[in-house]
Design a protein around this ligand. Structure first.
Ligand code: GN1
Ligand code: MG
Length: 531
């Protein structure tokens, strides 16, 4: 029987009785030391997922991204480097919550039956982790899970989340027409670095790019990328690169801090004319920023990246600033659609477009070339040297982009390429449109599951009557927009608002937050700033 060894291994990683786990927007995520049983079990499920895909390699990444250093998380990566197919998320949660070691075995048997899995197939898994202190313990638990099911497993060490997505895609496409690259860190640097140089060499060289690496895995990795590129076209200075000292990861720095606080990270002094960007803790998000002559901070977030990159169509979430959506529709004259929050939703929408660009406002996104675009490019017969050059550049552009997932390093090179080709400063790029003032708030409620939405999460269908209240508040503010949805990663409800002025925006946000708190079971003391 394939699963007979499972209970014995499972006994080494007992599940805390009082915790219920849920595979959410970005996999499992909670306090690192509470995740040992879950990561062990994810190892078991990765084996089954690989067998259900005829032995293709499945990825397991141990990271909690931009969250606090004490947190950790784990997620599965499907064969082409995409997020785990959604229908399997329920299996993950069920297995993580199985009460006894024997139950763990029964859930595996149930999944194998439901998915008609041939358990004689050799399962293959590629795994990696970020720099968090709980990483080694969780990696050990994962390795036990893989051993229990006799998986052919490869440890890729401490790398960024998108690097593991890239490696998984490379492993599963090797030797085919869709071969993605060499499945190693060196292969990653060579692929993206050489595509970048193909696109920018001969143009004017950029000035130094200052990178805030959030004291995370992006720091060593971007340095290796720079060593590999080894060219004055990629001249960087890495800040917040301390991955050794405890308590520094993501603290007062990183893409999430910069986006949420609309200010520069600690450890970086902005000089007017200087060029800056921030990664998050696992280097899958990036935002850019600069200071103007008066020393004022200006943010170039995921929405700005989308408008810089979009050439055919784009996908946003409702959190995209209204000005960016108007700019894409009215100035770029491109179609843009809204998807639900979470990269997996945006990714699937973008796959439907010839060249689909998707970005979350927080800086997570990428560009996808669908098969029809690739075929058109393959079959294109240039009739002039200029056309031949354009086709060559499109191929190089495709090589520059990590299509498997949003990737801070690949996105950074993409933005640099466009800025170099246009000879734009960050301020030039920022001219495109001015963000409407916006605010994102959290409301803690007794039960966030009563919040249900439709219309790409912009309209509440439950609690009954609350959407009408939100609508009547919004109607009072010029250019006002506000929506309420339950978070998929935190035990809270999010309120987003934007309006013509900062004052109106704040009034709108705090009034809606107050209404949610009062009418939908706000928990604890009512925050003083709620109106
Ligand atoms: C408003 C916001 O930024 N939401 C984030 C956050 O999701 P929530 O479901 O809102 O908690 O975490 C997700 C995973 O990192 C990210 O994809 C998403 O953009
Ligand atoms: Mg991240």
């Amino acid at each position: 029987m394939p699963f007979t060894k499972v209970p014995e291994y499972s006994a080494k990683h007992p599940k805390p009785a009082d915790i219920t786990y849920e595979y959410g927007t970005a996999g499992f995520r909670t306090i690192g030391e509470n995740l040992e049983s879950t990561v062990f079990r994810v190892g078991l499920l990765a084996a089954l997922r690989s067998q259900s895909k005829q032995g293709q390699v499945i990825g397991v990444m141990i990271t909690a991204s931009h969250n606090h250093e004490r947190d950790n998380g784990v997620k599965l990566i499907d064969p082409l480097g995409e997020m785990l197919q959604q229908s399997w998320e329920a299996y993950c949660s069920k297995l993580a919550n199985a009460a006894s070691d024997a139950d763990v075995q029964s859930v595996l048997e149930e999944v194998a039956r439901a998915e008609k899995i041939d358990t004689s197939i050799k399962a293959k898994v590629a795994y990696a982790r970020d720099t968090r202190p709980s990483g080694p313990l969780l990696q050990g638990a994962l390795e036990d899970g893989l051993e229990a099911l006799n998986v052919e497993a490869t440890n890729y060490g401490i790398i960024s989340t998108p690097q593991l997505h890239y490696i998984v895609r490379c492993l599963n496409t090797a030797g085919t027409r869709a071969a993605y690259g060499e499945p190693t860190e060196t292969g990653y640097n060579a692929k993206y670095g050489s595509a970048y140089l193909r696109l920018v060499e001969g143009k004017e060289k950029p000035t130094t790019l200052h990178i805030d690496a959030a004291n995370g895995v992006g720091a060593p990795q971007v340095r290796k990328l720079a060593e590999s590129i080894n060219s004055p076209y990629f001249n960087i200075e890495v800040h917040n690169h301390d991955t050794e000292t405890l308590g520094k990861l993501n603290i007062d720095c990183g893409a999430d801090y910069v986006k949420s606080n609309q200010r520069q990270p600690a450890g970086v002094t902005l000089i007017p004319g200087g060029r800056y960007c921030s990664f998050d803790g696992d280097a899958d998000r990036i935002v850019f920023y600069y200071a103007d002559e008066a020393g004022r901070f200006h943010l170039l977030d995921g929405d700005k990246i989308a408008t810089l990159v979009a050439t055919s169509a784009s996908v946003q979430t409702a959190y995209a600033n209204g000005s960016s959506t108007s700019f894409i529709k009215d100035s770029l004259k491109l179609p843009t659609v809204f998807a639900k929050t979470g990269v997996k939703h945006l990714h699937h929408e973008a796959e439907k477009m010839a060249i689909g660009v998707y970005f979350e406002a927080n800086g997570h996104g990428t560009v996808l070339f669908n098969p029809s675009a690739v075929t058109a490019l393959t079959n294109a017969t240039p009739t002039s040297p200029a056309q031949a050059d354009a086709i060559e550049r499109l191929w190089a552009l495709r090589d520059l982009i990590n299509e498997s997932v949003g990737d801070a390093m690949s996105d950074m090179l993409l933005v640099e390429t466009i800025l170099i080709c246009k000879q734009w400063t960050l301020a030039d790029w920022d001219q495109a449109y001015t963000d409407l003032p916006s605010r994102l708030l959290k409301v803690v409620v007794n039960d966030r599951s009563v919040f249900q939405t439709t219309n790409a999460e912009q309209t509440l269908t439950s609690p009954a009557g609350l959407q009408d209240v939100v609508d009547s508040i919004v109607a009072k503010f010029p250019k006002g927009r506000s929506f309420v949805r339950p978070s998929g990663t935190e035990d809270a409800v999010r309120v987003y608002a934007e309006a013509a002025t900062r004052h109106d925006c704040d009034q709108l946000a705090y009034t809606v937050a107050g209404a949610v708190f009062d009418k939908a079971g706000g928990r604890g003391e009512r925050p003083a700033e709620f109106l």
